[in-house]
Write a protein that binds this ligand. Structure first.
Ligand SMILES: [Mg+2]
Length: 282
């Protein structure tokens, strides 16, 4: 979680206190709706844990990325800027599925930042399917990879991120190629710096915000509309990975990327899941 998200949650908690009766909701992590079979996170976590389709989507993404990279390599002319790929880290090249498994075991049904911050330094992340092959291929072709991520685990945030990437053997894990934004989720300033020196062939991410900041809006329908404007870029310049547990799609529902585990938010989530619903004839 970054500092802005923390500030947003603090503001939400303060609001809850201000409304008296809602104050108790602010820390209802194991509330009645969050336990056992009613846990709203179970389907998404089970899919990440078990579905071959989930893993295949990463292969599909990296196979497509390689195809696009080969096309860019073939089109290069003398004097062109060197090629580069910009990638997000979490849920794009690193998989956090055992973190989600722990949350389910503990009957948590929302992202838990305190557990995440404790879990990150343990290097329990694994490479997403196909990621190592793709990035090693890029390196073999002289294409540099830049990692740009938003994370905040305090003073050791950067050290932990380098450790996570090195633990699974990714190339280009050094200060030039790894940027960790602690205070913002806006990746565009760093993307522009890289684009000034390189021809950025591909952007890889699990969140639309990994591609362009313009998608950072809180309205579900507006976010979808902005994405549709750029439909031709998906699979061409933007390579999107699957993530049904977290991301700014949650922010569009709750107004916060990491909403507090409250019964009110459980109701909001159920409402989102039934945004369109069949109404049988009486
Ligand atoms: Mg991510």
């Amino acid at each position: 979680m970054n500092k802005l998200s923390r500030a947003a949650i603090a503001a939400l908690c303060a609001l809850s206190v201000g409304y008296g009766a809602q104050a108790a909701e602010a820390d209802n992590r194991n509330g009645p709706s969050g336990n056992g079979g009613n846990n709203l996170l179970i389907a998404a976590a089970a899919w990440k844990q078990t579905a071959a389709e989930y893993r295949a989507l990463y292969h599909q993404a990296f196979n497509l990325a390689r195809m696009r990279l080969d096309q860019a390599l073939a089109a290069r002319k003398p004097g062109d800027k060197p090629l580069a790929v910009i990638t997000d880290i979490d849920d794009t090249v690193l998989n956090a599925v055992n973190y989600w498994g722990y949350l389910i075991q503990k009957d948590r049904d929302f992202f838990d930042d305190a557990i995440w911050d404790k879990w990150i330094p343990e290097n329990k992340l694994t490479a997403t399917p196909g990621a190592l092959d793709f990035f090693n291929y890029a390196k073999s072709q002289g294409v540099e990879v830049f990692y740009v991520s938003s994370r905040d685990q305090g003073d050791k945030t950067y050290e932990y991120a380098l450790g996570n990437l090195r633990a699974v053997g990714f190339p280009y894990v050094d200060e030039k190629h790894v940027t960790i934004l602690r205070d913002s989720s806006n990746k565009e300033p760093r993307q522009k710096e890289i684009a000034a020196q390189y021809e950025v062939v591909l952007l890889l991410g699990d969140n639309l915000n990994d591609f362009q900041r313009k998608y950072y809006v809180k309205n579900v329908d507006e976010r979808a509309r902005l994405m549709e404007e750029d439909r031709e870029l998906f699979g061409r310049k933007f390579i999107l990975m699957p993530n049904p547990t977290d991301g700014h799609w949650m922010r569009a529902i709750f107004g916060d990327s990491e909403p507090p585990a409250t019964d009110r938010n459980r109701e909001i989530f159920k409402k989102a899941a039934s945004k369109s619903a069949w109404r049988p004839a009486p």
